[in-house]
Design a protein around this ligand. Structure first.
Ligand code: KIV
Ligand code: ZN
Length: 515
């Protein structure tokens, strides 16, 4: 089988941005957004895309199916709890994929078995085997995970893994679900499992680490040194709580320290920055400037001594080249005079397919508006302007905004919101122009949503850059991120607020796989 051939010096990169990453508060994505990310992940060269949790909702099922139809080279995987319904939904969702995998899991730690599953270890063992057998009806590429393996009894883990391998699982994933381990221990656990489990050489060992103590990447790499040949990770380390192991850090560590790992990946590292930016734009999770590899400062040299050293001989302070991970590759793609065809071609190159000619026309009109305000249009600008209109059934739209703000005066905003095409006007004062704009919008929409987060980032450099605003809104236990981009950050803020409200409206309830 293909995965056997990969064991020797190949590290399989299993990306779970669209599943575990999407479990971050407010990071829920539309089908179209997931497709854009999946296409980019394929271009990046990941080996497996975990496209979602099919049983979460009909929307999640549809998104996985669409990805399974669109992706041709990469394995498409759906997560499934160890129950018949989840596994059948997963199997149906991935059915169109050329290469398909079901990833089924059950918790094996005493704390999870007693309090969450209310099952005995014997029942968990039986269910694990049964789950693998159900999954094999749909594909021979079945992955089994022992959730909370970090706090599981090692003898029980060996027993479960022996049984699921005998049942036909081809990948055995060992998760640190709660980010509790430390590198030495995690490597040791992986080594012990590989040594003790029967037929361990017939499967791929995988590691899946969360970052609660900031050690997800270190723990994953320690498991790799102990024999794991698959790492589960996400772009930008996105994920619930403190996130998952970051794909870009794992890949660049393995590449830069080939002397230590002696492993290859299939990743085209020059696609890393573009992928990071796309995920950040779509999910509304900005990348911190000092984040390794993809942070804006990752290759910037502030101190004079460093700059001098780098100018004289780059390797004095740089262990990687910025261009090798795609910095500087953001193309100045289009300008004021670019036509509709050039725009359409660039969208295709960026993996963006708009569903109709009307959507293309609307995006092109926004592009022309932007090109009037900003002389240079980069790929990131195009991604943002397409993302600007992602919620298909837009309930609320910004019609007009006027803000007055000057020293010594109370900021005032007047706003027109179109609700399903009907105009509503309101005005309000506030602590600042953004506050005034949000209050005026609230007078119209009366959502009562709580604003959990507000952040602004520039999409590209320069004072004429578009500001990308993210708001996180919460209502009735649901949390969404709204985004808006504009060269005027107050307008971007108003768009972000309305985008968040539209998402609150549009996104249906979905089940969480681990709760
Ligand atoms: O963190 C975890 O244990 C998971 C499993 C579902 C693999 O995400
Ligand atoms: Zn996880």
């Amino acid at each position: 089988m293909e995965f056997q051939a990969m064991t020797q010096n190949q590290l399989i990169i299993f990306d779970t941005t669209l599943r575990d990453g999407e479990q971050s508060p407010g990071a829920a994505m539309t089908k179209e957004e997931k497709l854009r990310i999946a296409r980019q992940l394929e271009k990046l060269g990941v080996n497996v895309i975990e496209a979602g949790f099919a049983a979460a909702s009909p929307g999640d099922f549809g998104a996985i199916r669409a990805i399974a139809e669109a992706i041709t080279e990469t394995t498409v995987c759906s997560l499934a709890r160890a129950n018949e319904n989840d596994i059948r939904r997963a199997g149906e969702a991935i059915q169109p994929a050329k290469k398909r995998r079901i990833h089924t899991f059950i918790a094996t730690s005493p704390i999870h078995m007693q309090n969450k599953l209310r099952m005995t270890p014997e029942q968990v063992l039986d269910r694990a085997v049964q789950a693998v057998q159900w999954a094999l009806e749909y594909t021979d590429d079945v992955e089994f995970s022992a959730e909370d393996a970090v706090r599981s009894d090692i003898d029980f883990l060996v027993q479960v893994f022996d049984a699921v391998i005998a049942a036909g699982a081809k990948t055995i994933n060992v998760p640190d679900t709660v980010g509790y381990s430390v590198p030495g221990q995690w490597g040791e656990r992986m080594a012990q499992l590989i040594a003790r489990v029967r037929n361990s050489d017939k499967v791929i060992w995988s590691t899946h680490c969360h970052n609660d103590l900031g050690m997800a990447v270190a723990n994953s790499l320690s498991a790799v040194l102990a024999g794991a040949r698959q790492v589960e990770c996400t772009i930008n380390g996105l994920g619930e709580r403190a996130g998952n192991a970051s794909l870009e850090e794992i890949v660049m560590a393995v590449k830069t320290r080939r002397d230590v790992f002696q492993l290859e990946t299939t990743i085209d590292t020059t696609q890393i920055v573009a992928t990071s930016k796309l995920v950040s734009t779509i999910t509304g999770y900005p990348v911190q400037p000092n984040k390794a590899i993809v942070g804006a400062n990752a290759f910037a040299h502030e101190s004079g001594i460093h700059q001098d050293g780098v100018l004289k001989h780059r390797e004095t302070y740089e262990i990687m080249r910025a261009e090798d991970v795609g910095w500087g590759a953001n193309k100045l793609t289009l300008g004021k005079l670019s036509g509709r065809n050039a725009f359409r071609t660039r969208l295709t190159e960026l993996g963006i397919t708009l569903e109709s000619e009307d959507a293309l026309n609307a995006a092109f009109a926004r592009f022309k508006e932007l090109a009037d305000k900003k002389s240079e249009i980069f790929d990131e600008d195009i991604q943002a302007l397409v993302s600007d209109n992602v919620v298909n059934e837009e309930n609320f739209k910004l019609g007009y905004l006027h803000v007055a703000s000057q020293t010594g005066e109370t900021p005032h905003a007047e706003v027109v919101v179109l609700e399903n095409g009907v105009e509503h006007r309101a005005d309000a004062t506030g602590g600042g122009p953004v506050d005034a704009a949000f209050k005026a919008i609230e007078k119209i929409v009366r959502s009562g949503a709580e604003l959990l987060l507000y952040s602004v980032n520039n999409i590209t450099s320069g004072t004429d850059a578009q500001g990308e605003v993210t708001v996180r809104l919460s209502k009735g236990g649901r949390v969404v991120n709204g985004q808006g981009a504009d060269t005027d950050i107050v307008i971007a803020s108003a768009k972000a607020y309305l985008n968040g409200l539209n998402k609150l409206h549009a996104y249906a309830e979905r089940a969480h796989p681990q709760v």
